[in-house]
Design a protein around this ligand. Sequence first.
Ligand SMILES: [Zn+2]
Ligand SMILES: [Zn+2]
Length: 375
Amino acid sequence: MSKRDYYEILEVSRTATEQELKSAYRRLAVRYHPDKNPGDAEAENRFKEAAEAYSVLSDSEQRQRYDRFGHAGVSSGSGAGNWGAQGFGGIEDILGDLFGFGDVFGARAGGAAGQRRSAAQRGADLRYDLEITLEEAASGMTAQLRLPRLEACEVCKGSGAAEGTEPETCSTCNGAGQVRYQQGFFSVARTCGTCRGTGRIIKTPCENCKGAGRIERERTMEVKVPAGVETGSRLRIAGEGEGGVQNGAAGDLYVVIHVSEHEQFERQGSNLYSSVPVAFTQAALGAEISVKTLDGAQSLKIPAGTQTGTVFRLRGQGMTALGNRGRGDLFISVTVITPTTLTREQRRLLEQLAEVETHELEDKGLMDKVRDIFG
Ligand SMILES: [Zn+2]
Ligand SMILES: [Zn+2]
């Protein structure tokens, strides 16, 4: 799965200003937001894609690296337990200061326009890049993740207000988070400056979280990786992303799988490919050789007259297909090795063979000779 260019995703030029990026992202986020496109996986993907693109390009340092190195410059790279810095930005964070959330996603705020909206905000989705071996991908595994994330503060339950107190409704906007101006026939809404759009004022901040409502914690958790995953497979773990603000729901955690290169096997779907060297005498006379499979060494009979490039197929010795749909095959291609050093005895025998071949060549055509020796 190749990743699309971030500028292309946001439909902006490479010289787009911060403000252009922001409005491009806002436009796409509104169009593809899951709340507005329930059950539409394509829209959800577009939404996540735009969020990822924006989270990178809106950070000037990451944007520079992306401009120079592309996706490789901003992906969190390899290494198990590497923390992906580009957690999908919460839409509320980005839209919150642009306009009242309740106006765009009326359904979520749960009321008609003008009604008091909830200050609750869903936590951001997080991304965790997990590198596993081919063997682990074949058998499935349980991974231990160490995950730093923002969690709702347990002292104030995410409200940000000190124990025994509660956030007060902002008196400037009456808790709406925005102030309306009448301009002729139109009513124009602006984010309330007093509460910065939250609709609430915290007079005495919670000491534990300094009024933020959330605290950074490092969590250890186990995640079951099913057999058959491949690079790019994403596991969604609901509710294990960042904690929400003001009793908002937690975001989701996405574990993105990277299967490391294997020294022996190359994978294509559920099939595996490898090669094995055989001595030219084994190839000529036929032999039983030992080959590596995912399940260990196994013997393979090669017939007399085997050529370099001959491929043997071991059914059911490939990768497990995702969803327990059996296993693919293992294809082993043979490389015939010509000896580079010979003992005196070997040289004597080969010279004898060469002599027989030369005599035969005198009697027959070249093609017949080849057929006799190798056929
Ligand atoms: Zn707190
Ligand atoms: Zn206010």
